[in-house]
Design a protein around this ligand. Structure first.
Ligand SMILES: [Zn+2]
Length: 342
């Protein structure tokens, strides 16, 4: 498929054009698996379902496609060869599971295409978006802190022993396997600090990764990334990387997003993507979300127009958002497309 050829300057802009100007990213995958009864209290988190319930993963991807997503993100966020090894799996078995995460997402896309072609799902209500909608599969890569499952995913503090080289070596094989898995792009998600962004950027070059990637950072104050590193410095690393086709923010409360879009836009002209979480707080010690600290889908969607005006062209949701959130985002974006304001 043409979209797999890395022509960084046109890959995302031509995809966005096909989508009518802006694209919808899916919503939380792990938390949605949980809502359907999966027990993710495990160092592998959602990657556990690659072993125990692949059909549920496919169903959740399909739910997001049905809700209007143009990009679905694989269940490889916390799937690491090191994590699988700790469970007694061989390197080969681990690599097979990584590829399986992308295969499951591709299967969901095939099913969606078939159903939409037959007309059972008509998402072309805005008269602009084709039916079936164009869909990309992004292979998720979560941070080293996500693998540690010790809270450092949201502090970005890895200690003095962890260097740029440690991080590159940690991620190297996984990135190679995912780049070769049939995914359209790699989504480096929830990046907590500048060093990890640098590690990803250097890996993409050193390994001559052939598919595009996006870099998405998380923040807990709306000013810096979670480690306290400057969002602008982080976004600049992404900007300087030729095969990076989008830069943005995910798993961050909606109230912080507008300011962060502006910061990212100050340092890059690459497409800006955002997929905030529901705004609920995660209690890392108890390993649970604190309900009632979040926003409703209506509140969430009330921001979409401002985010778009500020320059975000890919919008979705992260943890604790659901297909309903994505349906509402998709509707809000369709309205702006048919207004001609996209
Ligand atoms: Zn999240």
């Amino acid at each position: 498929m043409v979209l797999r050829t890395v022509d960084a300057s046109t890959f995302m802009t031509s995809f966005l054009r096909q989508c009518g100007g802006s694209a919808v990213i899916d919503g939380g995958l792990a938390t949605e698996l949980e809502r359907h009864g999966a027990d993710l209290n495990d160092p592998l988190w959602s990657a556990k379902c690659l072993i125990s319930s692949p059909r549920l993963i496919r169903r959740v991807h399909l739910d997001y496609l049905e809700a209007g997503a143009n990009i679905i993100i694989s269940a490889s966020y916390q799937a690491t060869l090191q994590g699988f090894e700790a469970k007694g799996l061989s390197k080969e078995e681990g690599e097979t599971l990584l590829k399986k995460s992308v295969q499951i997402a591709c299967e969901a896309r095939d099913i969606y295409n078939e159903r939409a072609t037959k007309g059972s799902w008509d998402n072309s209500a805005d008269g602009i978006t084709p039916n079936p909608r164009p869909v990309l599969v992004a292979a998720s890569v979560g941070s080293y802190g996500a693998y540690l499952a010790d809270g450092s995913e949201y502090s970005g503090i890895y200690g003095d022993n962890i260097t740029l080289e440690t991080l590159k070596d940690f991620h190297r094989r996984r990135v190679q396997v995912l780049a070769d898995s049939g995914a359209d792009l790699i989504a480096f998600e929830t990046i907590p600090n500048k060093m990890e962004a640098k590690a990803y950027a250097e890996l993409l070059e050193e390994e001559a990764i052939k598919i595009p990637a996006w870099f998405s950072f998380s923040s807990k104050d709306g000013i810096n990334v979670v480690s306290g590193d400057s969002i602008e410095e982080c976004a600049l690393i992404a900007d300087s990387c030729e095969t990076v086709i989008g830069v943005g923010i995910n798993c961050t409360p909606p109230r912080y997003i507008l300011g962060l879009i502006k910061s990212v836009r100050r340092v890059t002209t690459k497409p800006v993507l955002i997929y905030p979480n529901s705004g609920e707080t995660y209690d890392a010690e108890r390993k649970e979300w604190v309900p009632s600290t979040g926003v409703t889908d209506v509140d969430f969607v009330s921001h979409v127009e401002k985010w778009q005006e500020a320059g975000a062209s890919l919008i979705g949701g992260c943890c604790r958002t659901t297909p309903n959130t994505i349906r509402a985002i998709s509707k809000a974006l369709s309205i702006s497309k048919s207004d001609g304001s996209a």
